[in-house]
Ligand binder design. Structure first.
Ligand code: NZQ
Ligand code: ZN
Length: 381
């Protein structure tokens, strides 16, 4: 087990009926909120009303920044920074999924910076300060509600890059599973794939294969993500499945999932971000395409050991090949594509996708070269 430092200061308020607690929490940090949300789901399911009620009751003035896109884009985040600065907002309220939370984190940092927001993503500057962020999560998927990461797409350069800073950990995140009852089935599936992907990245790239506690934690969360997704598919009104799913996805990327591993990398994410940057497909769908292909590459380079261990603990299968098949079957069952062709991405684009992925691979300091990325993508044809 490798040495580690674990720091996670996010206060989680979990359970049905917990949105009214938002205002009291936020009022300790500021008086004027920028309320950031997406394309309108929170207006249809009552979350918008519950959030604004709670803020207003606690003396907080609300300025709105709506229209965050899935795979949030730089121009919209820049508009948010301008709005926050012009209106003197002192708190960020993100109500929605990972896209909304990520854009809120970006705006929070941009509002306390004189240069251009993209500097944080290109590596030109580090985040030294940020306005406090509060979140109301409406889709279990990214873990952004309890981590220090944030992903934005630069639509001009077609780069989907990330930045990380302890300054952008949310102060408080409200997780009310009832907010997820309105999620379309495919979004539940996308979230399930993403949470599973977050567990896989560390588990399969660990430098240290003897970290029992983290391995077992990963197995347990993975089983819970899979069973939660399956239960919700069968009965979308199953509150306990919604609740377990919500907390599982948060645990899948709040830092605990890779403690003690050392030297891990986000290989599947590095390649997937190019699919969502170039074709604007859902992050979860892109991962469902990349993961089986990456496993085939991993099996060749690293051997069957970890695949056998994971497959036995999570899917009840014996061999590495059976584990890969189990992933593919489950992705297919929940409606996800597992090949580029299923997402209508032509195989002829592979060189361009690989070239694009090299940007993030270099930014993340990974050792993959262009040939390797092309080799993985070819297995996803
Ligand atoms: O825009 P609205 O109308 O809100 O609709 C959203 C959106 O269309 C909808 N939705 C969300 N909650 C809903 C709902 N519809 C009905 N009822 C609800 N309760 O779902 C759609 C997808 O939302 P989005 O926020 O895009 O999903 P997700 O949470 O999967 O976020 C994806 C983004 O997060 C990034 C991804 O790359 C992608 O850009 N990630 C962020 C990470 C992080 N910060 O740690 C890590 C991840 O690996 C990931 O890269
Ligand atoms: Zn992800």
């Amino acid at each position: 087990m490798q040495n580690f430092t674990f720091y996670n200061p996010v206060k989680i308020i979990f359970g049905k009926g917990s949105i009214p607690k938002l205002g009291g929490e936020a009022a300790r940090a500021g008086r004027k909120a920028l309320l950031i949300y997406g394309g309108g789901s929170i207006k249809n399911n009552g979350v918008h009303e519950a959030v604004t009620d709670s803020l207003v009751k606690n003396g907080i003035t609300v300025v709105e920044h709506a229209g965050v896109k899935p795979n949030p884009v730089l121009t919209h985040a820049r508009e948010g920074v301008k709005k926050a600065k012009e209106n003197g907002c002192d708190i960020m309220i993100a109500a929605g999924g990972g896209s909304v939370i990520d854009e809120a984190k970006a705006i929070a940092a941009g509002a306390r910076y004189d240069g251009d927001l993209w500097d944080f993503f290109s590596g030109r500057a580090a985040i030294k300060d940020a306005l406090p962020v509060f979140t109301v999560l409406t889709i279990p998927a990214t873990g952004s509600e309890m981590n220090q990461g944030c992903v934005i797409t630069n639509e001009v350069t077609k780069q989907k890059f990330s930045t990380v800073s302890p300054k952008i950990f949310p102060k408080v995140s409200i997780l009310d599973p009832e907010t997820t009852l309105t999620l379309p089935a495919i979004q539940v599936a996308n979230g399930g794939v993403d949470a599973l992907a977050h567990l896989i990245e560390g588990y399969f790239t660990t430098r240290d294969a003897d970290v029992t506690i983290t391995d077992e934690l990963v197995h347990a969360i993975a089983r819970s993500v899979i069973s939660g997704t399956d239960r919700i598919r069968v009965n979308p009104g199953d509150y306990d499945a919604r609740a377990s799913m919500m907390w599982s996805a948060t645990l899948a990327l709040n830092g605990l999932q890779s403690l003690g591993y050392g030297g891990t990398s986000f290989a599947n994410h590095a390649i997937e971000h190019s699919l969502s940057a170039l074709y604007d497909i859902a992050h979860g769908a892109g991962l469902a395409i990349i993961i089986p292909a990456w496993f085939k590459y991993h099996l060749k380079t690293d051997g069957p050991g970890r695949l056998e261990k994971f497959g036995s603990a999570v899917f009840g299968v014996k061999t590495a090949e059976e584990t890969i098949t189990a992933f593919e079957k489950w992705f297919g069952k929940i409606g996800e594509p597992t090949r580029l062709s299923e997402a209508k991405i032509p195989a002829a684009d592979i060189p361009e996708i690989a070239e694009n992925a090299m940007g993030l691979i270099k930014r993340w300091g990974m050792s993959y070269d262009l040939k390797t990325v092309e080799e993985i993508l070819k297995k996803a044809k």
